[in-house]
Design a protein around this ligand. Structure first.
Ligand code: M6R
Length: 606
């Protein structure tokens, strides 16, 4: 995720900015840059790659000056490159901007600015901000920024500097975190507290739509109408390590709690006027004539593929094959140019997934990648890319990347269904309305975290757990089981509930924990029968079910009910309690949650 640091004072700004950006390196980034007011010019240096590349360059060619802004970029719009790195400047080079977030209407603004005579040097959404400020500038920087912000849709945390105002910095935010650090004879801007914790523990927490003007001795904060806001000083009492995690004990729980935002960020740029509007390029003729869809992935991403299979086959009637990448690549599969081949990968670097992609491409299939990392190998080699805007995922256990993968699969399904005529306007509207509510429904589940924590407390010391489900619930059962075993080391398996009697039921004995996923309304009765079967053999049943599954809730020994959405979308919601359960079991067992034994975040070897 991108990081911002700004400095105004008497010290060398570049040194303080680099020091602050180093503290944000753990969040992931692919390029970095600074803009410093140096005598009469605004000097900008930006480099693709590690922060060290920028720092080494600045050692060789220092920029002297005591006011500046800096950024680490985690690519969203436009691949990682020097040009796409921040800061972005106005054409005259007078104004420089760093930005975290996504400007959803940047395409329209960009087009309009081009018509007004502006030229662009990057593919980013951010560059429009620098040109807009320039466009509105009539001698007052604050007024130009205010006018610009009114034109922006989406999220932003901004730090802005201008050579024409060499004694101020401006900061502004909406839906993206930003703080102002209070020093003595110096002040700071940062996207996150750790960036400035070495310099000050006193901060102002900037709220949505507020704008701050920093001078070296004063800080003034205004609301969106320009009215002064009086703020309390927030004293930071955390250490740097816990501050990096935003005060959370582990990245995993931080990332689970970020799911509503990640879902909103993935969804909102793709919905226009109640319709799905994907920012990806797929040949409509191929969609209309597609013979088969093949989805290939590993681990948690593979489970998103299973959900995709059930949802696409049910809604579009196109045959879908899902395969584990390491199996697929070694089985000499049949693929042709009439197949759409979807790879799903959070990192975009998983060796087996990449090898499967290359194999299918050689055989003539069109490749669509769903990935979280812009500029990753998978994104570069696919024909079309759909990004999950989950932000960097640091914990080994994939959580927010998974729910945004599911959402991306659904959006792709709707897009294909509309092109093919399998989804009419009414159904599209119903689906878009349902998906629009998912982020707040995810938030509701997360607010029930304490209940799940208590459940984990009751069960964390077990040796074995079994997950059951049918259809889409079986996909979630598999993901829940993987999550539990990888971070709590509890032996766990997932079974298709109907398969129980064909063998697995022999494992059930007095007290065995069976976690039943029940969200598919047409299958409640069948699932209820399975609950009776295992309970009759002594199992303790925990149900993760829809609020409408009365029968299941009555039979289970304990349950977590999640809000109701369309059946095909239920996996996004039911998977969240499985993540929380795994997390709290891991915590209770004293395991290194974020770095479980033997596992790596990105599996770049076969
Ligand atoms: O980066 P990818 O999505 O390609 O990674 C795939 C798997 O390695 C990954 O999902 C793994 O299973 C996680 N540890 C699951 O939490």
């Amino acid at each position: 995720m991108c990081g911002i640091v700004g400095y105004i004072g008497n010290k060398q700004a570049a040194d303080i900015i680099i020091e602050g950006l180093e503290k944000l390196e753990y969040r992931g980034y692919d390029s970095a840059g600074v803009a410093v007011i140096s005598q009469d010019t605004l000097k900008v240096t930006k480099k693709q790659g590690r922060l060290k590349v920028l720092a080494d360059f600045l050692e060789e060619e220092p920029i002297e000056g005591t006011i500046g802004i800096g950024h680490t970029r985690w690519a969203t719009h436009g691949a990682p490159s020097d040009e796409n790195s921040h800061p972005h400047t106005s054409m005259s080079g007078d104004i420089a901007v760093v930005h975290n977030g996504i400007i959803e209407n940047y395409m329209q603004l960009r087009q309009w600015l081009i018509e007004e005579g502006y030229t662009f040097t990057s593919e980013t959404d951010t560059e429009v901000i620098a040109h807009l400020i320039d466009h509105h500038y009539k001698g007052g920087l604050m007024a130009a920024v205010q006018k610009t912000l009114r034109q922006l849709e989406g999220s932003y945390a901004l730090a802005i500097t201008s050579i024409k105002h060499p004694d101020i910095l401006i900061a502004a935010r909406k839906d993206s975190p930003l703080i102002v650090g209070i020093g003595e004879g110096e002040n700071f801007i940062a996207s996150d507290i750790p960036a400035i914790l070495n310099r000050t523990r006193k901060v102002y927490l900037i709220e949505d739509k507020e704008i701050a003007i920093l001078e070296k001795d004063t800080i003034s904060i205004f609301d969106e109408y320009g009215v002064t806001v009086q703020k309390d000083v927030f004293e930071v009492d955390w250490d740097v390590e816990s501050a990096e995690k935003g005060g959370y004990k582990h990245f995993m729980i931080k990332e689970i709690l970020e799911e509503p935002k990640a879902l909103r960020d993935t969804l909102s740029p793709r919905l226009k006027d109640g319709k799905v509007d994907l920012d990806i390029d797929i040949d409509e003729e191929l969609i209309k004539n597609v013979r088969r869809i093949i989805i290939v992935a590993c681990g948690t991403a593979y489970h998103a593929g299973i959900v995709g299979k059930y949802a696409i086959e049910k809604t579009l009637g196109i045959p879908v094959e899902v395969d584990i990448a390491s199996e697929y690549r070694y089985r000499d599969p049949v693929v042709s140019s009439r197949d759409i081949f979807i790879v799903i990968s959070q990192s975009g670097e998983t060796a087996d997934t990449l090898a499967a992609l290359r194999m299918a491409k050689r055989k003539g299939a069109k490749i669509i990648a769903i990935t979280n990392v812009v500029g990753s190998s998978v994104s570069r080699e696919a024909d079309s890319v759909m990004y999950t805007w989950a932000g960097p995922e640091i914990a080994v256990a994939s959580t927010k990347a998974h729910t945004t993968q599911l959402l991306s699969v659904y959006l792709l399904m709707i897009k294909m269904g509309v092109v093919r005529g399998d989804i009419d306007d009414a159904l599209q509207k119903q689906m878009v309305d349902a998906l629009g509510k998912i982020p707040e429904q995810a938030q509701e589940i997360i607010e029930n975290e304490e209940t799940i924590k208590m459940m984990a407390h009751r069960h964390y010391s077990i040796h074995d757990a079994y997950f059951l489900g049918r259809n889409l619930d079986f996909a979630v059962a598999q993901e829940g089981s993987l999550k539990l075993k990888e971070i709590s080391y509890i032996h766990s398996e997932a079974f298709a509930a109907g398969e129980l009697k064909h063998g697995p039921i022999a494992l059930i004995e007095e007290g065995t924990l069976v976690i039943v996923i029940a969200s598919q309304s047409s299958l409640y009765e069948k699932t209820a029968s399975n609950i009776k079967e295992v309970k009759a053999r002594g199992a303790h049943v925990m149900a993760i079910c829809s609020e409408s599954a009365d029968m299941v809730m009555t039979l289970a020994d304990e349950h977590i009910a999640v809000p109701v959405t369309m059946d095909i979308f239920m996996p996004i919601l039911t998977v969240i309690p499985t993540q929380l359960l795994a997390y709290y079991c891991s915590v209770e067992r004293g395991i290194d949650v974020d770095k479980p034994r033997n596992l790596a975040k990105s599996v770049t070897v076969e």
